[in-house]
Design a protein around this ligand. Structure first.
Ligand SMILES: [Zn+2]
Length: 270
């Protein structure tokens, strides 16, 4: 075959391979938001009606993108339906409002169990003895592009958006955290000064939460956040979205860095 023709065909093939996914995504976002999905949002997402209209419209576009790009599957005989997909997508996309970046680029799959699921993992004790321990979980985030969730807890968290506990916000904060290449409580930030203020605010608050946990003191944030910096960021995200006013009042520096990162102030609509 003529080498120039071959080159031309290769260029056309590469252009199509790049263009078709982008075209499909743009078509999915441009499609009307189904009325039944609006019903699901109004029924299940407690905070949806309180969002200002521009954020509501932005959320709907993000949901369309999320559902176009991510694959859902059910475990333990759970059948995936639109209620499950939209309820999970809406909460995951709350973390992406105003951020205009890629939507969880590493994430491919969401696996949903009907309720808490049991995992068995090898764990070593202080002497190095390794044994398998089984634990019940409500959610899990994998750096390899997967999030696992328990549907009954997802729904409870969506319908109660003020108690500071939300498994979807928690697991998707882990996804954001791992975009930097390490799940260490520091997601991708804008510049060196952002990392400095992030480290300053989070390390001080992390230490305080560890002390609250150690001395059995009450705390605004769930003390599971004292486990390590990655869990602290995930728990702080739950508190930021669900108890913004208390966080702004009692943990002002932490609230400010999270507000700069998430580019919204949930206190404005609560
Ligand atoms: Zn976690």
């Amino acid at each position: 075959m003529n080498p120039w023709l071959l080159l031309g065909l290769a260029i056309v093939a590469i252009t199509l391979a790049l263009w078709i996914p982008r075209f499909r995504l743009q078509s999915a976002i441009a499609a009307p938001f189904p009325q039944e999905w609006v019903g699901i949002l109004e029924q299940n997402i407690q905070v949806y009606r309180d969002l200002p209209m521009p954020l509501r419209l932005q959320l709907r576009n993000l949901i369309k993108q999320f559902l176009h790009q991510k694959h859902f599957s059910g475990a333990a005989d759970l059948e995936i339906n639109d209620e499950i997909r939209v309820t999970i997508a809406a909460q995951a996309c709350m973390l992406q409002l105003n951020r205009h970046g890629d939507l969880y680029p590493k994430l491919r799959y969401i696996l949903v169990y009907p309720s808490a699921f049991v995992v068995s993992r090898p764990e070593a004790d202080d002497s190095g003895l390794v044994s398998h321990r089984s634990r019940g979980l409500l959610g899990e985030s994998w750096q390899s592009g997967k999030v696992i969730l328990a549907w009954d807890n997802v729904l409870h968290g969506a319908r109660n958006f003020v108690d500071g506990r939300n498994v979807v916000l928690h697991e998707f904060a882990h996804q954001l955290d791992s975009e930097s290449g390490h799940a260490d409580g520091a997601p991708l930030l804008a510049g060196k000064s952002s990392y400095r203020s992030w480290a300053g605010a989070l390390s001080q608050e992390f230490e305080e939460l560890q002390n609250d946990s150690r001395y059995s003191r009450r705390s605004l944030m769930d003390q599971y956040g004292a486990t390590n910096p990655a869990e602290f960021f995930a728990v702080a995200t739950e508190t930021f979205f669900e108890k913004p006013r208390q966080m702004a009042k009692n943990h002002a520096d932490l609230f400010k860095v999270l507000k700069d990162y998430y580019r919204i102030d949930p206190g404005e609509w609560q």
